[in-house]
Design a protein around this ligand. Sequence first.
Ligand code: 4AD
Ligand code: MG
Length: 463
Amino acid sequence: MTPPGRTKIAALLHNAATGAEVTVKGWVRTKRGNKNVAFIALNDGSTVYSIQVVVNVASFAEELLKRIATGACLRATGLLVESQGGGQTVEIQARDLEIYGTADDYPLQKKGHTLEFLREIAHLRPRTNTFGAVLRIRHAMAYAIHHYFNARGFFYLHTPLITASDAEGAGAMFQVTTLDLQNLPRNEQQEIDFTQDFFGRPACLTVSGQLEGELGAMALGEVYTFGPTFRAENSNTPRHLAEFWMIEPEMAFYDITDNMNLAEDFLKYLIRYALEHCEDDLRFLSEHYDSELLERLQGVVQTDFVRLSYTEGIDILRQSGRPFVFPVAWGVDLQSEHERYLVETHFRRPVILTDYPKEIKAFYMKQNADGKTVRAMDVLFPKIGEIIGGSQREENLEKLQARIAEMGMSDKNLWWYLDTRRFGTAEHSGFGLGFERLLLFITGMTNIRDVIPFPRTPNNAEF
Ligand code: 4AD
Ligand code: MG
Protein backbone atom coordinates (compact mmCIF):
# COMPACT_ATOMS: atom_id res chain seq x y z
CA MET A 1 0.00 0.00 0.00
CA THR A 2 1.29 3.47 -0.81
CA PRO A 3 0.76 6.29 1.66
CA PRO A 4 -2.05 8.75 0.89
CA GLY A 5 -1.20 11.61 -1.44
CA ARG A 6 2.47 10.90 -2.05
CA THR A 7 5.05 8.42 -3.24
CA LYS A 8 7.86 7.51 -0.90
CA ILE A 9 11.30 8.45 -2.15
CA ALA A 10 12.59 4.92 -1.60
CA ALA A 11 9.95 3.65 -4.02
CA LEU A 12 10.77 6.34 -6.59
CA LEU A 13 14.47 5.57 -6.53
CA HIS A 14 14.08 1.81 -6.59
CA ASN A 15 11.61 1.45 -9.42
CA ALA A 16 11.77 4.76 -11.14
CA ALA A 17 9.13 5.06 -13.87
CA THR A 18 10.15 8.29 -15.50
CA GLY A 19 7.69 10.39 -17.46
CA ALA A 20 4.93 10.35 -14.84
CA GLU A 21 3.88 13.11 -12.49
CA VAL A 22 4.70 12.31 -8.88
CA THR A 23 4.22 13.93 -5.49
CA VAL A 24 6.77 13.66 -2.71
CA LYS A 25 6.65 15.10 0.80
CA GLY A 26 9.63 15.51 3.05
CA TRP A 27 12.21 17.72 4.69
CA VAL A 28 14.74 19.87 2.89
CA ARG A 29 18.31 18.71 3.37
CA THR A 30 19.92 21.37 1.18
CA LYS A 31 19.00 24.03 -1.31
CA ARG A 32 21.49 25.41 -3.82
CA GLY A 33 21.44 26.92 -7.28
CA ASN A 34 21.55 30.25 -9.07
CA LYS A 35 19.12 32.91 -10.18
CA ASN A 36 17.64 30.66 -12.86
CA VAL A 37 17.41 27.28 -11.24
CA ALA A 38 17.31 25.91 -7.70
CA PHE A 39 18.11 22.36 -6.60
CA ILE A 40 16.39 21.08 -3.48
CA ALA A 41 17.52 17.82 -1.89
CA LEU A 42 14.39 16.41 -0.23
CA ASN A 43 14.42 13.47 2.19
CA ASP A 44 11.36 11.70 3.60
CA GLY A 45 13.07 9.14 5.84
CA SER A 46 12.17 6.16 3.68
CA THR A 47 15.77 5.87 2.46
CA VAL A 48 19.16 7.38 3.13
CA TYR A 49 18.99 8.97 -0.34
CA SER A 50 17.34 12.29 -1.01
CA ILE A 51 15.58 13.12 -4.22
CA GLN A 52 16.60 16.17 -6.18
CA VAL A 53 13.81 18.61 -6.93
CA VAL A 54 14.71 20.95 -9.78
CA VAL A 55 12.98 24.33 -9.59
CA ASN A 56 12.74 26.77 -12.47
CA VAL A 57 13.04 29.98 -10.45
CA ALA A 58 11.02 32.09 -12.90
CA SER A 59 7.94 29.87 -12.48
CA PHE A 60 7.55 30.43 -8.73
CA ALA A 61 7.00 33.38 -6.44
CA GLU A 62 10.28 34.70 -5.04
CA GLU A 63 8.72 34.84 -1.56
CA LEU A 64 7.89 31.11 -1.64
CA LEU A 65 11.37 30.06 -2.75
CA LYS A 66 12.98 32.23 -0.05
CA ARG A 67 11.11 30.32 2.65
CA ILE A 68 12.43 26.99 1.42
CA ALA A 69 15.59 26.35 3.45
CA THR A 70 17.28 23.42 5.17
CA GLY A 71 14.86 21.79 7.62
CA ALA A 72 11.65 23.06 6.03
CA CYS A 73 8.92 20.56 5.27
CA LEU A 74 7.27 20.65 1.88
CA ARG A 75 5.35 18.95 -0.87
CA ALA A 76 6.79 18.84 -4.37
CA THR A 77 4.77 17.74 -7.37
CA GLY A 78 6.18 17.39 -10.83
CA LEU A 79 7.46 15.20 -13.60
CA LEU A 80 9.89 12.43 -12.71
CA VAL A 81 12.71 12.57 -15.25
CA GLU A 82 16.10 11.04 -15.75
CA SER A 83 18.62 13.18 -13.98
CA GLN A 84 20.77 15.56 -15.98
CA GLY A 85 23.49 15.85 -13.37
CA GLY A 86 25.54 13.13 -11.78
CA GLY A 87 24.92 11.63 -8.35
CA GLN A 88 21.33 10.55 -8.84
CA THR A 89 19.37 8.56 -11.43
CA VAL A 90 16.11 10.48 -11.37
CA GLU A 91 14.91 13.90 -10.29
CA ILE A 92 11.67 15.83 -10.13
CA GLN A 93 10.96 18.88 -12.28
CA ALA A 94 8.85 20.90 -9.90
CA ARG A 95 5.45 22.02 -11.23
CA ASP A 96 3.96 22.82 -7.83
CA LEU A 97 5.53 23.41 -4.41
CA GLU A 98 3.73 23.73 -1.10
CA ILE A 99 5.48 24.61 2.15
CA TYR A 100 4.07 22.86 5.20
CA GLY A 101 6.50 24.24 7.74
CA THR A 102 9.47 26.60 7.52
CA ALA A 103 12.58 26.16 9.66
CA ASP A 104 14.27 29.43 10.54
CA ASP A 105 17.43 29.03 12.63
CA TYR A 106 17.40 25.28 12.09
CA PRO A 107 20.30 23.82 14.09
CA LEU A 108 21.20 21.11 11.58
CA GLN A 109 23.18 22.30 8.62
CA LYS A 110 24.83 20.64 5.68
CA LYS A 111 28.24 20.41 7.29
CA GLY A 112 28.86 17.17 9.14
CA HIS A 113 27.99 17.63 12.80
CA THR A 114 29.80 15.62 15.47
CA LEU A 115 27.93 12.74 17.09
CA GLU A 116 28.43 14.50 20.43
CA PHE A 117 26.64 17.60 19.17
CA LEU A 118 23.86 15.51 17.68
CA ARG A 119 23.26 13.88 21.09
CA GLU A 120 22.42 17.34 22.42
CA ILE A 121 19.74 17.70 19.76
CA ALA A 122 18.50 14.12 19.89
CA HIS A 123 15.01 15.37 19.05
CA LEU A 124 16.24 16.42 15.60
CA ARG A 125 18.98 13.91 14.89
CA PRO A 126 16.62 11.36 13.28
CA ARG A 127 16.60 13.82 10.39
CA THR A 128 20.28 13.24 9.67
CA ASN A 129 21.41 10.57 7.22
CA THR A 130 23.35 8.86 9.99
CA PHE A 131 20.46 8.48 12.41
CA GLY A 132 18.00 7.74 9.65
CA ALA A 133 20.25 4.82 8.71
CA VAL A 134 20.69 3.64 12.30
CA LEU A 135 16.97 3.83 13.05
CA ARG A 136 15.97 1.99 9.89
CA ILE A 137 18.48 -0.74 10.73
CA ARG A 138 17.14 -0.86 14.28
CA HIS A 139 13.66 -1.44 12.92
CA ALA A 140 14.87 -4.12 10.51
CA MET A 141 16.63 -5.97 13.32
CA ALA A 142 13.56 -5.90 15.56
CA TYR A 143 11.51 -7.30 12.72
CA ALA A 144 14.13 -9.99 11.97
CA ILE A 145 14.18 -11.07 15.62
CA HIS A 146 10.45 -11.73 15.67
CA HIS A 147 10.69 -13.43 12.31
CA TYR A 148 13.51 -15.71 13.43
CA PHE A 149 11.70 -16.96 16.50
CA ASN A 150 8.28 -17.18 14.89
CA ALA A 151 9.68 -19.34 12.09
CA ARG A 152 11.09 -21.73 14.71
CA GLY A 153 7.96 -22.08 16.82
CA PHE A 154 9.04 -19.83 19.70
CA PHE A 155 6.30 -17.78 21.36
CA TYR A 156 6.69 -14.10 22.22
CA LEU A 157 6.06 -13.80 25.96
CA HIS A 158 5.37 -10.41 27.54
CA THR A 159 7.05 -10.32 30.90
CA PRO A 160 6.36 -7.53 33.41
CA LEU A 161 8.42 -4.37 33.61
CA ILE A 162 7.48 -3.76 37.23
CA THR A 163 8.73 -6.46 39.56
CA ALA A 164 9.56 -7.22 43.17
CA SER A 165 12.51 -9.52 42.41
CA ASP A 166 16.07 -8.73 41.39
CA ALA A 167 16.67 -11.37 38.70
CA GLU A 168 20.39 -10.72 38.33
CA GLY A 169 20.97 -10.11 42.04
CA ALA A 170 23.17 -7.16 41.18
CA GLY A 171 21.16 -4.67 43.21
CA ALA A 172 21.09 -2.17 40.38
CA MET A 173 17.36 -1.54 40.25
CA PHE A 174 15.27 1.59 39.91
CA GLN A 175 12.55 1.76 42.50
CA VAL A 176 8.95 2.44 41.50
CA THR A 177 6.87 4.18 44.14
CA THR A 178 3.93 6.51 44.65
CA LEU A 179 4.95 7.33 48.21
CA ASP A 180 5.49 11.00 48.98
CA LEU A 181 9.26 11.23 49.15
CA GLN A 182 9.03 14.40 51.26
CA ASN A 183 6.87 12.67 53.80
CA LEU A 184 7.52 8.94 53.95
CA PRO A 185 5.19 6.84 56.10
CA ARG A 186 7.00 4.98 58.90
CA ASN A 187 6.08 1.86 60.83
CA GLU A 188 6.69 1.31 64.56
CA GLN A 189 10.31 0.35 63.92
CA GLN A 190 10.72 3.67 62.07
CA GLU A 191 11.27 1.83 58.77
CA ILE A 192 9.56 3.06 55.62
CA ASP A 193 6.10 1.54 55.57
CA PHE A 194 5.82 0.04 52.12
CA THR A 195 2.42 -1.46 52.89
CA GLN A 196 1.19 2.05 52.10
CA ASP A 197 2.97 2.10 48.74
CA PHE A 198 1.09 1.43 45.50
CA PHE A 199 1.87 -2.30 45.37
CA GLY A 200 1.86 -2.74 49.14
CA ARG A 201 5.54 -3.65 48.98
CA PRO A 202 8.76 -2.32 47.46
CA ALA A 203 8.70 -2.60 43.66
CA CYS A 204 11.26 -1.91 40.97
CA LEU A 205 11.76 -1.74 37.21
CA THR A 206 12.95 -5.09 35.91
CA VAL A 207 16.58 -5.82 35.01
CA SER A 208 15.58 -8.91 33.01
CA GLY A 209 12.52 -10.83 31.91
CA GLN A 210 14.27 -14.14 32.44
CA LEU A 211 12.64 -15.41 35.62
CA GLU A 212 9.17 -15.06 34.14
CA GLY A 213 10.57 -16.28 30.83
CA GLU A 214 11.49 -19.53 32.56
CA LEU A 215 7.88 -19.94 33.69
CA GLY A 216 6.82 -19.53 30.08
CA ALA A 217 9.36 -22.05 28.79
CA MET A 218 8.18 -24.62 31.32
CA ALA A 219 4.72 -24.37 29.79
CA LEU A 220 5.10 -23.39 26.13
CA GLY A 221 8.44 -25.06 25.44
CA GLU A 222 10.32 -22.33 23.62
CA VAL A 223 9.61 -18.67 24.30
CA TYR A 224 11.35 -15.32 24.02
CA THR A 225 10.92 -11.90 25.51
CA PHE A 226 11.88 -8.68 23.75
CA GLY A 227 11.41 -5.56 25.79
CA PRO A 228 13.00 -2.74 27.72
CA THR A 229 15.08 -3.47 30.81
CA PHE A 230 16.47 -1.03 33.35
CA ARG A 231 19.72 -0.97 35.25
CA ALA A 232 20.79 1.68 37.69
CA GLU A 233 24.46 0.72 37.53
CA ASN A 234 26.47 3.90 37.41
CA SER A 235 28.67 2.84 34.53
CA ASN A 236 29.19 5.73 32.21
CA THR A 237 30.70 3.70 29.35
CA PRO A 238 30.08 3.61 25.61
CA ARG A 239 28.46 0.18 26.10
CA HIS A 240 26.00 0.76 28.97
CA LEU A 241 22.55 2.30 29.05
CA ALA A 242 20.26 2.69 32.05
CA GLU A 243 17.34 1.71 29.79
CA PHE A 244 18.11 -0.85 27.11
CA TRP A 245 16.25 -3.50 25.18
CA MET A 246 16.95 -7.17 25.62
CA ILE A 247 15.95 -10.29 23.73
CA GLU A 248 15.73 -13.30 26.05
CA PRO A 249 14.91 -16.70 24.59
CA GLU A 250 14.25 -19.45 27.12
CA MET A 251 13.96 -23.09 26.10
CA ALA A 252 12.83 -26.24 27.89
CA PHE A 253 14.99 -29.35 27.25
CA TYR A 254 18.05 -27.38 26.06
CA ASP A 255 21.45 -27.94 27.63
CA ILE A 256 24.31 -25.47 27.41
CA THR A 257 25.47 -26.80 24.03
CA ASP A 258 22.00 -26.44 22.53
CA ASN A 259 21.94 -22.93 24.01
CA MET A 260 25.27 -22.03 22.40
CA ASN A 261 24.15 -23.45 19.06
CA LEU A 262 21.01 -21.31 19.16
CA ALA A 263 22.92 -18.17 20.15
CA GLU A 264 25.41 -18.59 17.32
CA ASP A 265 22.76 -19.35 14.71
CA PHE A 266 20.59 -16.43 15.90
CA LEU A 267 23.41 -13.88 15.73
CA LYS A 268 24.50 -15.06 12.28
CA TYR A 269 20.93 -14.92 11.04
CA LEU A 270 20.53 -11.32 12.24
CA ILE A 271 23.79 -10.17 10.67
CA ARG A 272 22.95 -11.90 7.41
CA TYR A 273 19.51 -10.28 7.49
CA ALA A 274 21.09 -6.85 7.86
CA LEU A 275 23.52 -7.49 5.01
CA GLU A 276 20.65 -8.55 2.77
CA HIS A 277 18.00 -6.00 3.75
CA CYS A 278 19.85 -2.88 4.89
CA GLU A 279 22.32 -2.53 2.05
CA ASP A 280 21.97 1.22 1.40
CA ASP A 281 22.14 2.17 5.06
CA LEU A 282 25.09 -0.13 5.79
CA ARG A 283 26.95 1.22 2.78
CA PHE A 284 26.34 4.77 3.99
CA LEU A 285 27.60 3.96 7.48
CA SER A 286 30.66 2.11 6.20
CA GLU A 287 31.55 5.01 3.90
CA HIS A 288 31.19 7.62 6.63
CA TYR A 289 32.23 5.90 9.84
CA ASP A 290 33.84 2.52 9.52
CA SER A 291 35.37 1.30 6.28
CA GLU A 292 35.82 -2.24 7.64
CA LEU A 293 32.18 -2.62 8.66
CA LEU A 294 30.93 -4.86 5.85
CA GLU A 295 34.02 -7.03 5.99
CA ARG A 296 33.59 -7.49 9.74
CA LEU A 297 29.92 -8.41 9.36
CA GLN A 298 30.66 -10.91 6.61
CA GLY A 299 33.53 -12.35 8.63
CA VAL A 300 31.29 -13.19 11.57
CA VAL A 301 28.64 -14.81 9.38
CA GLN A 302 31.21 -17.07 7.75
CA THR A 303 33.22 -18.20 10.75
CA ASP A 304 32.62 -20.76 13.50
CA PHE A 305 32.66 -19.14 16.94
CA VAL A 306 35.40 -20.38 19.28
CA ARG A 307 34.09 -22.23 22.34
CA LEU A 308 36.28 -22.08 25.36
CA SER A 309 36.03 -22.38 29.13
CA TYR A 310 36.60 -19.37 31.36
CA THR A 311 39.57 -21.21 32.89
CA GLU A 312 41.20 -21.67 29.48
CA GLY A 313 40.44 -18.02 28.69
CA ILE A 314 42.18 -16.89 31.87
CA ASP A 315 45.25 -18.98 30.95
CA ILE A 316 45.45 -17.32 27.54
CA LEU A 317 45.13 -13.85 29.06
CA ARG A 318 47.80 -14.58 31.66
CA GLN A 319 50.18 -15.91 29.04
CA SER A 320 49.58 -12.94 26.73
CA GLY A 321 52.03 -10.73 28.58
CA ARG A 322 49.66 -7.82 28.01
CA PRO A 323 49.67 -4.99 30.58
CA PHE A 324 45.90 -5.02 31.19
CA VAL A 325 44.48 -2.19 33.28
CA PHE A 326 42.54 -4.76 35.31
CA PRO A 327 44.83 -7.60 36.44
CA VAL A 328 43.93 -11.14 35.42
CA ALA A 329 43.54 -14.00 37.89
CA TRP A 330 41.20 -16.96 38.11
CA GLY A 331 38.03 -15.70 39.74
CA VAL A 332 37.98 -12.13 38.41
CA ASP A 333 35.13 -10.88 36.28
CA LEU A 334 36.38 -10.23 32.77
CA GLN A 335 36.56 -6.62 31.65
CA SER A 336 35.93 -5.54 28.11
CA GLU A 337 39.72 -5.17 27.53
CA HIS A 338 40.11 -8.90 28.33
CA GLU A 339 37.16 -9.95 26.22
CA ARG A 340 38.37 -7.91 23.28
CA TYR A 341 41.91 -9.29 23.56
CA LEU A 342 40.56 -12.82 23.21
CA VAL A 343 38.30 -11.94 20.30
CA GLU A 344 40.27 -9.34 18.37
CA THR A 345 43.87 -10.32 19.00
CA HIS A 346 44.11 -13.93 20.05
CA PHE A 347 41.37 -15.75 18.10
CA ARG A 348 40.26 -13.05 15.66
CA ARG A 349 36.70 -14.31 15.74
CA PRO A 350 33.76 -14.41 18.17
CA VAL A 351 34.28 -16.46 21.30
CA ILE A 352 31.76 -18.21 23.54
CA LEU A 353 33.20 -18.43 27.02
CA THR A 354 31.63 -21.01 29.37
CA ASP A 355 31.85 -22.34 32.92
CA TYR A 356 32.54 -19.17 34.89
CA PRO A 357 33.29 -19.09 38.63
CA LYS A 358 29.97 -19.21 40.47
CA GLU A 359 30.90 -16.18 42.59
CA ILE A 360 30.69 -13.80 39.63
CA LYS A 361 27.45 -15.14 38.16
CA ALA A 362 23.76 -15.07 39.09
CA PHE A 363 22.10 -17.51 41.48
CA TYR A 364 20.05 -19.38 38.88
CA MET A 365 22.89 -20.86 36.84
CA LYS A 366 23.39 -24.63 36.80
CA GLN A 367 26.16 -25.72 39.14
CA ASN A 368 28.94 -27.85 37.72
CA ALA A 369 30.21 -30.97 39.49
CA ASP A 370 33.48 -29.21 40.42
CA GLY A 371 31.60 -27.12 42.98
CA LYS A 372 33.39 -24.00 41.73
CA THR A 373 31.94 -23.14 38.35
CA VAL A 374 28.51 -22.72 36.79
CA ARG A 375 27.25 -23.49 33.33
CA ALA A 376 27.30 -19.90 32.11
CA MET A 377 27.99 -18.76 28.57
CA ASP A 378 28.97 -15.30 27.41
CA VAL A 379 29.25 -14.56 23.71
CA LEU A 380 32.09 -12.11 23.07
CA PHE A 381 32.22 -10.05 19.87
CA PRO A 382 34.83 -7.90 18.16
CA LYS A 383 34.56 -4.18 19.03
CA ILE A 384 31.88 -4.96 21.65
CA GLY A 385 33.04 -7.53 24.17
CA GLU A 386 30.03 -9.23 25.77
CA ILE A 387 27.03 -9.18 23.46
CA ILE A 388 25.14 -12.15 24.99
CA GLY A 389 25.00 -13.49 28.52
CA GLY A 390 23.24 -16.76 29.23
CA SER A 391 23.35 -20.14 30.93
CA GLN A 392 21.85 -23.50 31.52
CA ARG A 393 19.57 -23.08 34.55
CA GLU A 394 19.78 -24.95 37.83
CA GLU A 395 16.70 -27.16 37.66
CA ASN A 396 17.28 -28.97 40.96
CA LEU A 397 15.24 -27.41 43.78
CA GLU A 398 17.62 -28.27 46.63
CA LYS A 399 20.71 -27.04 44.83
CA LEU A 400 18.96 -23.84 43.83
CA GLN A 401 17.72 -23.18 47.35
CA ALA A 402 21.18 -23.90 48.75
CA ARG A 403 22.73 -21.40 46.33
CA ILE A 404 20.17 -18.72 47.19
CA ALA A 405 20.95 -19.19 50.89
CA GLU A 406 24.70 -19.27 50.25
CA MET A 407 24.47 -15.93 48.46
CA GLY A 408 22.58 -14.41 51.36
CA MET A 409 19.54 -13.79 49.19
CA SER A 410 15.99 -14.07 50.44
CA ASP A 411 13.74 -16.59 48.69
CA LYS A 412 10.67 -14.83 50.06
CA ASN A 413 9.98 -13.08 46.75
CA LEU A 414 10.99 -16.10 44.67
CA TRP A 415 8.50 -18.75 45.83
CA TRP A 416 6.76 -18.71 42.46
CA TYR A 417 10.09 -19.14 40.63
CA LEU A 418 11.05 -22.06 42.86
CA ASP A 419 7.69 -23.68 42.12
CA THR A 420 8.92 -24.47 38.59
CA ARG A 421 11.51 -26.71 40.27
CA ARG A 422 8.80 -28.27 42.45
CA PHE A 423 6.30 -29.00 39.72
CA GLY A 424 7.62 -30.79 36.65
CA THR A 425 11.12 -29.42 36.58
CA ALA A 426 13.38 -30.15 33.59
CA GLU A 427 16.66 -29.18 32.05
CA HIS A 428 16.35 -25.75 30.43
CA SER A 429 18.50 -22.89 29.19
CA GLY A 430 18.36 -19.38 27.84
CA PHE A 431 20.28 -16.22 27.12
CA GLY A 432 19.95 -12.48 26.82
CA LEU A 433 21.08 -10.48 23.80
CA GLY A 434 21.52 -6.76 24.41
CA PHE A 435 19.67 -5.18 21.48
CA GLU A 436 21.80 -2.03 21.47
CA ARG A 437 25.03 -4.05 21.72
CA LEU A 438 23.86 -5.94 18.62
CA LEU A 439 23.16 -2.63 16.90
CA LEU A 440 26.60 -1.30 17.84
CA PHE A 441 28.10 -4.26 16.06
CA ILE A 442 25.85 -4.07 13.02
CA THR A 443 26.02 -0.31 12.45
CA GLY A 444 29.68 0.14 13.40
CA MET A 445 28.74 3.00 15.72
CA THR A 446 31.05 3.15 18.72
CA ASN A 447 28.83 4.73 21.37
CA ILE A 448 25.67 2.98 22.55
CA ARG A 449 23.99 6.38 22.91
CA ASP A 450 23.95 6.55 19.11
CA VAL A 451 21.95 3.38 18.41
CA ILE A 452 18.83 4.16 20.48
CA PRO A 453 16.58 7.12 19.67
CA PHE A 454 16.61 8.65 23.16
CA PRO A 455 19.38 7.30 25.40
CA ARG A 456 19.00 7.10 29.17
CA THR A 457 22.32 7.30 31.01
CA PRO A 458 23.48 8.70 34.36
CA ASN A 459 22.50 12.38 34.55
CA ASN A 460 20.69 12.23 31.25
CA ALA A 461 16.96 11.78 30.74
CA GLU A 462 16.36 14.67 28.34
CA PHE A 463 13.85 14.25 25.50
O1 4AD B 1 24.50 -10.70 31.02
P1 4AD B 1 23.18 -10.13 31.42
O2 4AD B 1 23.13 -9.32 32.67
O3 4AD B 1 22.19 -11.36 31.48
C1 4AD B 1 20.90 -11.33 31.89
O4 4AD B 1 20.27 -10.36 32.17
C2 4AD B 1 20.24 -12.69 31.83
N1 4AD B 1 18.99 -12.63 32.60
C3 4AD B 1 20.00 -13.07 30.40
C4 4AD B 1 19.38 -14.44 30.27
O5 4AD B 1 20.05 -15.43 30.49
N2 4AD B 1 18.10 -14.49 29.93
O6 4AD B 1 22.63 -9.22 30.24
C5 4AD B 1 22.44 -9.76 28.96
C6 4AD B 1 22.95 -8.82 27.89
C7 4AD B 1 24.45 -8.54 27.98
O7 4AD B 1 25.21 -9.55 27.39
C8 4AD B 1 24.54 -7.23 27.21
O8 4AD B 1 24.52 -7.47 25.82
C9 4AD B 1 23.24 -6.56 27.57
O9 4AD B 1 22.34 -7.55 27.99
N3 4AD B 1 23.40 -5.57 28.64
C10 4AD B 1 23.38 -4.24 28.47
N4 4AD B 1 23.23 -3.49 27.36
C11 4AD B 1 23.24 -2.16 27.50
N5 4AD B 1 23.38 -1.52 28.68
C12 4AD B 1 23.53 -2.22 29.84
N6 4AD B 1 23.64 -1.58 31.00
C13 4AD B 1 23.53 -3.65 29.74
N7 4AD B 1 23.66 -4.64 30.66
C14 4AD B 1 23.57 -5.79 29.97
MG1 MG C 1 26.45 -10.63 31.57
